[in-house]
Write a protein that binds this ligand. Sequence first.
Ligand SMILES: Cc1cc2nc3c(=O)[nH]c(=O)nc-3n(C[C@H](O)[C@H](O)[C@H](O)COP(=O)(O)OP(=O)(O)OC[C@H]3O[C@@H](n4cnc5c(N)ncnc54)[C@H](O)[C@@H]3O)c2cc1C
Length: 328
Amino acid sequence: MKIYDVAVIGGGSAGVMAAIRTVLNNDECLFFPGNSNHKKKSRAFWVTTVENMPAHLGYKKGIEEPNKISLDWLSTSAFSSKFHWHKNRGIISLSQSSEGIFSLTDDKGYVYHARYVILCTGVMDVQPKINDSIEPVFQYANTQLIDYCLRCDGHHVLDKKVAIIGHSSSSAWVGIMLHERYNCPEMTILTNGETPTFDDESKALMARYGFKIVTEKIRSIVGNGKLKKLESFVTDSTSTNVDIAFVALGMIVYNELAKMVSAELDQRGFVVTDTKGKTSVEGLYVAGDLRANAKKQIYTAWDHAVDAADEINILIRRKKRTTPSHLS
Ligand SMILES: Cc1cc2nc3c(=O)[nH]c(=O)nc-3n(C[C@H](O)[C@H](O)[C@H](O)COP(=O)(O)OP(=O)(O)OC[C@H]3O[C@@H](n4cnc5c(N)ncnc54)[C@H](O)[C@@H]3O)c2cc1C
């Protein structure tokens, strides 16, 4: 039975960096970036222009394009024999033997074995439903008139009329932060038919800053995403004029594989790790948005991935020190 050093599951920001670091550490790496279904449900797929990081402005698909360039290079580099890129393959099951070896089954039924796994399956932002469908937001999300990530795209609201779609305290704090930082002339919280659960401090600040709160369901969005124009959100009795909106409804966490090996999760479903990404399961590391208590950006995903791959390399090298030379 062939046992690889490391299996990297996920091909977004964290997964690609985990694969690069593992291979450049000269450890043998299986790489499963996911099938088209996984990709469409990933955050990486929906990212267009990346403005909050140097050297990314030239890409129309700010994560996927540079990732592909690096993977293509890796697969022709001096380290290519260490890189096993299973294109369009996703992992559907993960288990661990009593000796600590992981078994991974891909979506075609093939089984692989690895001593270490770096899990990078990510999360997805919850989408608002308008007349029971998430489709109406897509044309605006694709042109960044509806945004999700504060650190990535918060600066888009400078001097703009803004709506936040959400009903929790976190949604209120998104609005407060954007208003305080960027001087938005109008801020509306659209709870889209949900009962607000704002805390007292956010309620007081929203009142002080003159936020409008609309609790009716959104019936339609007026504008044209392709023409980069968002005009208003319409409910039964109101129409809220906006230039841009943020969605703050929480995240769907892709933790299924972590659950299969009983990794510890936090209350929201993110995988609990130490500072190097090590989970409660020996040999299982997590990098990127899936990790608990971490920022959810490209550069943090990269940092997690490097830490995990380097930590694994330390363990592999330590083992070499004690393995009789005729067996290594
Ligand atoms: C609209 C939007 C814009 C953003 N803009 C920015 C920005 O400008 N700057 C910034 O720093 N961050 C931005 N972010 C955040 C950034 O996208 C994430 O922090 C980053 O993609 C996280 O990387 P990740 O690898 O953890 O997850 P992802 O990039 O989401 O990748 C998850 C990967 O897991 C794979 N996968 C899932 N399940 C399986 C499986 N079972 N088997 C195999 N593979 C699987 C998927 O195919 C995918 O490749 C943005 C996010 C959104 C939603």
